[in-house]
Write a protein that binds this ligand. Sequence first.
Ligand code: ATP
Length: 240
Amino acid sequence: HPTVPVLAVRNFSVDYGKVRALHDASLQVAAGSIVTVIGPNGAGKSTLLNAVMGVLPSSGEVHFLGQRERGSIEMRVAHGLSLVPEKRELFATMTVEDNLLLGAKVRLDWRGRGAEATQAEVYRLFPRLAERRKQLAGTLSGGERQMLAIGRALMAKPKVLMLDEPSLGLAPLVVREIFHIISGLRQSGVGILLVEQNARAALQVADYGYVLETGRITLEGPAGELMHDARVAATYLGLG
Ligand code: ATP
């Protein structure tokens, strides 16, 4: 059914002990679209992604292609959910190629043609990774590392790709390059949930956005409208 979102999060709350980090958050992501969650440091953006992934316990519901998702992290990955964590978490002493192959291990056909085809696709998206396929991941630049982290997540053929601050620590030109590639991923039909402190870059690339502040979604709308919202412009785009 085309109107069923690939990912829907409903009335989601997450607690760290007695502290509630996320309050009753609801959002959805359609296939082939980019949805961003913007907000300041400590707003709960990473908490949201980790809870959707099943890394953190939460109350509320995650629906994946219309089905309630209650599985373990491994099951969520197998169902097509993939997270690129803020710290990238690559294997520094392994080559680019071996890091990518590890990303395919969750697939039944990880040794087969299917995984080879996806790898060729990743190298087409990121020619710099193709040039460096035998290089150790630990020797890559920050931007190349982010490319590898995204490439590795894509090796699992996700239906939903969640990205935790892909711009973090990268120079503006590199951010542009990576966001341009993220924008192109729509064509593959993957739904993207992009969490960012860099509101400008995120709203430029996204179709729809949510503003998360101290654990609550305070505003949502088409990305173009949010970009012109007076409060968003003043608080997050430095146009006050
Ligand atoms: P950042 O961009 O700085 O990572 P964020 O929006 O991703 O910010 P979170 O990392 O999700 O924010 O943190 C949300 C809130 O929960 C913060 O107040 C943070 O201090 C708190 N928090 C995060 N992890 C833990 C933890 N393991 N134990 C207790 N509190 C935590």
